[in-house]
Write a protein that binds this ligand. Structure first.
Ligand code: PXP
Length: 252
């Protein structure tokens, strides 16, 4: 299957702008300003994770993002009643259900959809009824992907953390696992996203997996914003993604 560069979207996660803001309290730097800057630099969407402990993004950030940004909002949330209520209130374009507690995590780090199926299915059904696309952050594991499809998820986001942390041949086998997972997801009719831990040196091989249509990237870009500026960091990431997608045909 040939997939053009345009079909790979960049979602910029602005959580850690809020981490820096919260280190001193107050309003600076503002994650909403950062989101607009990322969009101007080519981000196709903005991701924000409202954690149960509100360690970075806060409730009013979600309201302000929803009111301000000109690209889709991907709301990351735990599978709780509290987060469901907030998601239904703000109606983001998509809600990505992520594990926040150790017992919700599979052996490798994604959401354990099999063990927690009743709760996740209840939340997913309520979100979909409101027109919110449901994404599940899972490992590239066949059984987890099948469970995700069975509960009616629209999207799965493959956890790229192990791939990013691995080195040498282990990284190659983690990449192969992601590619297999993306193929399984597509065969199950699931839209395939990927993210966690991606940076300039790890993004290209994941961007080249044809079934992956969106990458969500946060910590590295916000860190790199200190070095390059947020706009240039997003533009460089976009270029690396597009180059990888088109087999290296786009030049800087
Ligand atoms: N995707 C999901 C589902 C996540 O939970 C996170 C981290 O919040 C990311 C992507 C982005 O990860 P990172 O900040 O390491 O780029």
């Amino acid at each position: 299957m040939t997939v053009s560069a345009e079909t790979l979207r960049l979602g910029v996660n602005i959580d850690h702008v809020a981490t820096v803001r919260n280190a001193r309290g107050g309003v600076h730097p503002d994650p909403v300003d950062a989101a607009m800057m990322a969009i101007e630099a080519g981000a196709d969407g903005i991701t924000a994770h409202l954690r149960e402990d509100r360690r970075h993004i806060r409730d009013d950030d979600i309201a302000r993002l929803k009111a301000t940004i000109t690209r889709p909002l991907n709301f990351e949330m735990a599978a709780t009643e509290e987060m469901l209520k907030i998601a239904l209130e703000h109606a983001p374009n998509a809600a990505c259900i992520v594990p926040e507690r150790r017992e919700e995590v599979t052996t490798e780090g994604g959401l354990d959809v099999i063990t927690h199926r009743p709760r996740i299915e209840m939340i997913a059904t309520a979100l979909r009824a409101k027109g919110i696309r449901v994404s599940l952050f899972v490992e590239a594991d066949q059984a987890q992907l099948e469970a995700s499809a069975a509960i009616g998820a629209d999207i799965i986001e493959l956890h790229t953390g192990r791939y990013c942390h691995a080195e040498g041949s282990e990284r190659a086998s983690e990449l192969a696992r992601l590619a297999r997972g993306a193929g399984i997801a597509a065969d199950l009719g699931l839209e395939c996203h990927a993210g966690h831990g991606l940076g300039f040196d790890t993004v290209a091989p994941v961007a080249a997996i044809p079934q992956v249509v969106e990458l969500n990237i946060g910590h590295f870009l916000i860190g790199e914003a200190i070095m390059l500026g947020l706009g240039p960091a997003c533009r460089k990431m976009r270029l690396l993604m597009d180059q990888a997608r088109s087999g290296g045909q786009i030049s800087a």
